[in-house]
Design a protein around this ligand. Structure first.
Ligand code: PBG
Length: 399
């Protein structure tokens, strides 16, 4: 069918819809609306399937938004629907379930070994055998995916982070053990970045002046990602913020027979003060000189986050992440509104520690704080949340 007919047919349909809503809509707007939202506007042409959604027209979406009610008090009493639990359940707009949670776990050496992390009360590093036990608990609680981070033995850390390429490193052993025990009962997401393996705590290779080199680092990250995929990783999650790493990793995965392995890109990752306890957990805090501001994003920026997301999607990311979480819910919403893709948020270690500190200080109820913050991510548009509270929250939700 000629393109002009299609546009005309769509135009007629949307002129009717607009008329029903009492709106006047110019033809150019009709075209924008027609291409704006796949779910709401299936193709009017039989057999044509859906119009391809593009996401550059939020303004058109806004124009077509349902109108707010005109009723005034007392005809309008918004408390009516809030009066009882059953009614609140009926009008609830957002839902949180264990399926929305990804549980980050830290892996350490040895066996039967649990190491507490002082700045993350309630979170431990687990040796591989105990890691598998945690994975079984996650499955029982309905959590679909784990994220692994290694605490590399000190004598295995080096200037170039070569341990990241060792097929027998902690990360690979952890992935393989979980996959062997549980197969596809749970997904395993692996972190790609060099900071758990370098003697300087940076996420990449550094030059003499301490600057993190981009292209040289990407080459190593590709090797690291393949190493993890060979061990059985289901989702490769680059958290390093080098330019061009998603495309390079995607190409390598395809070439090596890992076309089915997903990439969840830490696309909008900010240089944040909320990562401190995590660096204790992977043992990089004391090693890190300086900061990560030459590669992680400036917390002042949001347009730049959209450019990062656009680039990573164009390079083949299956899903994207915003990190940290709660202070960046505006970014989660902006990404969701601008790109019709799965968006994840990472409620990072410092956020976890703040909730625990607040609960310990009697400033709020722990369970309520956990569930409210996780729900807030969903309301902001997140498909899911990485949270150290995941197991606890999943059990609360399942109870
Ligand atoms: C490093 C990495 C960090 C986190 C995940 N991957 C820390 C950093 O960038 O320094 C932080 C997670 C958290 O704080 O919970 N590649």
């Amino acid at each position: 069918m000629p393109a002009c007919w299609l546009v005309a047919a769509v135009g007629v349909r949307f002129r009717h819809k607009a008329a029903a809503l009492g709106r006047t809509v110019a033809p150019i707007q009709l075209r924008l609306i027609a291409f704006g939202d796949k779910a709401a506007y299936p193709s009017p042409i039989e057999g044509e399937g859906h119009l391809r959604p593009i996401s550059i027209c939020p303004a058109a979406k806004r124009r077509y938004a349902p109108r707010m009610t005109q009723a005034a008090f007392p005809d309008l009493r918004l408390r009516r629907t809030r009066r009882t639990g059953w009614s609140r359940a009926m009008v609830r707009e957002t839902h949180l379930s264990p399926a929305h949670l990804i549980w980050p776990l830290f892996v350490c050496d040895g066996s039967g070994n649990e190491e507490a992390i002082a700045s993350l009360p309630g979170v431990s590093r687990w040796s591989v055998d105990l890691l598998v036990e945690r994975a079984k608990e996650a499955v029982a609680a309905g959590i679909p995916c784990l994220a692994l981070f290694p605490y590399t033995q000190t004598d295995r850390r080096s200037e170039n982070g070569g341990e990241a390429l060792n097929p027998d490193n902690l990360m690979c052993r952890g992935v393989a053990a979980i996959k062997q025990a549980l197969g596809d009962d749970i997904g395993v997401l692996t972190d790609v970045a060099l900071d758990p393996y370098t003697s300087h705590g940076q996420d990449g290779l550094v030059n003499d002046s301490g600057y993190v080199l981009n292209d040289e680092t990407v080459e190593v990250l590709v090797g690291q990602a393949l190493n993890q995929a060979r061990a059985g990783a289901d989702i490769i999650a680059p958290s390093d913020m080098m330019d061009g790493r998603i495309g390079a990793i995607r190409a390598a995965l395809e070439a090596e027979g890992f076309g089915h392995v997903q990439i969840m890109s830490y696309a909008a990752k900010y240089a944040s003060a909320f990562y401190g306890p995590f660096r204790d957990a992977v043992g990089s805090r004391g090693l890190l000189k300086g900061d990560k501001k030459t590669y992680q994003m400036d917390p002042a920026n949001s347009e730049e986050a959209l450019r990062e997301v656009a680039q990573d999607l164009a390079e083949g990311a299956d899903s994207v992440m915003v990190k940290p979480g709660l202070p960046y819910l505006d970014i989660v919403r902006a990404v969701k509104d601008n790109f019709a893709v799965p968006v994840y948020a990472y409620q990072v270690s410092g956020e976890y520690a703040m909730i625990e500190a607040a609960a310990a200080a009697g400033a709020g109820d722990r369970d309520a704080l956990v569930l409210e913050t996780l729900l807030a991510f969903r309301r902001a548009g997140a498909s899911g949340v990485l949270s150290y509270h995941a197991l606890h929250a999943a059990r609360l939700l399942g109870a």
